[in-house]
Design a protein around this ligand. Sequence first.
Ligand code: ADP
Length: 542
Amino acid sequence: MSKGGAIIDEREARVIRKLGFMGPIALLGYGYLSLSGVLPGRAADIVGYLAMASFVVIALFHIIFNHRNKLQASILLLMYCFGTTLFTVGIVGFVSPLSIFWPLLILAGHLYFRSTGVQITVLALTASLLIDTFLYYDSSMLYMLQNAATYAIVCATATILVKLSQANRLNWIELRKTRSAELIQRDRILALINNLADGVIATDRDGIVQVYNAGSLNLLDTNEKLDGKHINEVLSCLKDEDNNSLKLSPLFRGTPKPVVRDDLSISFGAQTLLIELSFLPIRTAYSEDRPVTYNHDGFIFILKDITRIKSLEEEKDEFISVVSHELRTPITITEGTISNLQLIAQKGDIKQDILEKEIHSAHEQVVFLSKMINDLSTLSRAERGVADTPELVDVKELAEDLYHEYSPRAEHAKLTLDLDMAASPGYIHVSPLYIKEILQNFLTNAFKYTKKGGVKLIISGQKDNVTFAVKDSGIGISKPDQKHIYEKFFRSEDFRTRETRGTGLGLYVAAKLARKMNTRIELESRLNYGSTFSITLPKAKK
Ligand code: ADP
């Protein structure tokens, strides 16, 4: 039984409403013809007219209310029982072909009110039999037998109809359950594929698109409907490495096998995406109309944007190639210097100044190698997140340590080093290793690229932040170079830069560490006047 106002299944209700309306009209027609003497029937009397009147009321009731709720249905059923009893007794008699109306009425009673409905309608049937017998009993055996047989046939037919309806109802309920489970499952799968970033397109065996997701529209940069189109047309924008349109037809032939192509691309104006396409035949054990020659029931196409993966791979390859190149140069120089030394040693004629020069040159290369390896290992630590645990760092202590570490270097380079620090700069909560690495890089560069004047380490505290700045009076950085200094292996072409050795990794690593601390490096620089590198971090409470 359905919920709410409707008390029986909508499908059954539609049939019953039609019958419920046609029934009284047909009986009215029959009654009229019978009372007018055209069809056989009992003589017109008050009961017959009452029966006719009640069918008119039932038909009107139908038109007005359409018996959608329980109350209306029960009124209607009682009116039917009443009208049919009067019709039986007053117009056609109990033994009549029109008694076939009774099993239908019992069935309707069952559909609406189950056993109560059957009891009420059978009660009306029995009342008709009794009234008919009481009024028209002609004391013949035949009359009794005919009445009893009609009663039995009506009851048997009604039982069969009720049983059939019950069986049908069970099947219908089962079917509805299966269908709704199937719809839920379908919705789940659709929600799933619609939430995938990858494009998914399913076609039938002939390659006609049946289902597709939002991801496929994004990747193909379209908002057109794809269903009903051939997959060749849908994917015609995919190009292979030779810029030829993708040919899908060979994939469909014979017994299709899964195929993955990662050499495809799609272009929208200036932008090109690299695409991986997976093609999978749908193998299914269930298909009603699958011809024997098919062992699949359509195809799935999965489109994946692999632009980023490919560019990361390329970046990694490029990085390895640049690093090995950068390492090879000092190693070759060191190797050459050492073989020279070997030759000098073999000759036995060792000149002190040449020996010192060669050893110094080899040492310089080894120092450079060690610096580069150091930078690389810092980079790798930063990428892996090693030692990135934030700790409370005393700014004053950090600044003084750096000042003492770099003072000898300043002295050696005949430059000044000043520490300009706010009275109580407070604390920061960061990885001590990261902040030290960044400031050491600023200071090392400041000394490396300053010939006269000096370097200043400035610590200024604002209300919530602390700014660390390293200011030098060195060679400065040109505007075009300022855009590139955070790129890996970048070194300025300025000859004064080239006078010093450097890996071009220091600021790349420093910028990466700054990003990890949710801040960025600021630079103010003017060629030939000097540079100021700074970084600002939030203050922390002790
Ligand atoms: P390097 O090992 O070459 O110093 P960095 O990544 O630390 O590598 O710096 C990249 C480039 O930025 C340097 O080669 C140099 O051209 C420029 N640079 C960095 N710091 C300074 C500075 N204080 N003064 C002038 N140029 C600088």
